[in-house]
Design a protein around this ligand. Structure first.
Ligand code: CP
Length: 302
């Protein structure tokens, strides 16, 4: 089984992964496994790459690193041949980030070890989505009925796509916001200006402007005051509402710098939860996922 997109997981899979992450977070003595996991990042990453590495090592696996700039990609080797090569070396799983949307299409049938998508172009970012779900669940204990505002560069964001569609599936009320030229009509999620909905949301998910995927620098001028989270807007949020952002954050653009670590910000909590969620994803794919706890624990997430 691969984890390529959030629709690969049904509601009970999502529930089980979150419960496994909770178990790992509350008890750092998780099972240790033998084997190797390769991390193939064809795009820059700090959080996802280091977080997978941490999760792999904490689960007992040894990590195989790959640097595109010193690899045979520079000699023209294709993604397919690179991944088949790494599989031939005997790894247990392969984590891949790649700038091409659905890069995994040419791999999913012919690669026998699990592929974990660490982000495909503007497509999806399932491990980020799962850690965001875990962070929301940790806060509210549910998804059903929550008002969630996703604001920013929706069109170019793989996080927006994974989160909006999955949270909607789990019963949350999703609204998107941000510049109209970065909305994505195909998502089918209602749009509203941030000032019309900020006071109602339980969760505000801010998105980074994906500068590497377009050239709209002029449109970013005055972004914070027009579309971003200013101190004035933060004051309008409900007492219990939280702020999230997948990061890296453009301080002073999507969010006023002083709000990045404010009381209601969960931005660094998301990163911490990312390690446990990635441990849980690895557990799910390599150990079958079903634990005694997940069988016996009463389902309460959906
Ligand atoms: N959130 C996220 O994917 O960050 P990185 O690009 O640093 O991995």
């Amino acid at each position: 089984m691969h984890l390529l997109k959030m629709s690969d997981l049904n509601q009970s899979d999502i529930e089980r992964i979150i419960q496994t992450a909770e178990r790992f977070k509350s008890n750092s003595d998780c099972e240790k496994h033998q084997g190797f996991i390769a991390n193939l990042f064809f795009e820059p990453s700090t959080r996802t790459k280091l977080s997978f590495e941490m999760a792999e090592k904490r689960s007992g696996y040894q990590t195989i690193d790959f640097l595109t700039e010193s690899s045979s990609v520079q000699k023209g080797e294709s993604l397919y041949d690179t991944v088949k090569t790494v599989e031939s070396l005997g790894v247990s799983a392969i984590v891949i980030r790649h700038p091409k949307d659905r890069y995994y299409k040419e791999l999913e049938e012919s690669v026998q070890v699990p592929i974990i998508n660490a982000g495909d172009g503007k497509g999806e970012h399932p491990s980020q989505c799962l850690l965001d779900l875990y962070t929301i669940y940790e806060e509210f204990g549910r998804f059903n009925g929550l008002n969630i505002l996703i604001s920013g560069d929706i069109l170019h964001s793989r996080v927006a796509r994974s989160n909006a569609l999955t949270l909607q599936r789990l019963g949350a009320n999703i609204t998107v916001s941000g510049p109209s030229f970065w909305q994505d009509a195909e998502l089918g999620i209602p749009y509203a200006p941030i000032d019309e909905v900020i006071h109602k949301c339980d969760v505000l998910i801010l998105l980074r402007i994906q500068e590497e995927r377009h050239d709209l620098k002029e449109e970013q001028r005055d972004y914070l005051t027009s579309y971003g989270l200013t101190p004035e807007r933060e004051q309008q949020m409900k007492t219990e509402s939280i702020i999230m952002h997948p990061a890296p954050v453009n301080r002073g653009v999507e969010i006023a710098s002083e709000l990045v670590e404010c009381q209601r910000s969960r931005i660094f909590t998301q990163m911490n939860n990312g390690v446990y969620i990635r441990m849980a994803i690895i557990h799910e794919l390599l150990q079958g996922g079903v634990t005694n706890e997940s069988i016996t624990k009463k389902c309460s997430i959906i």
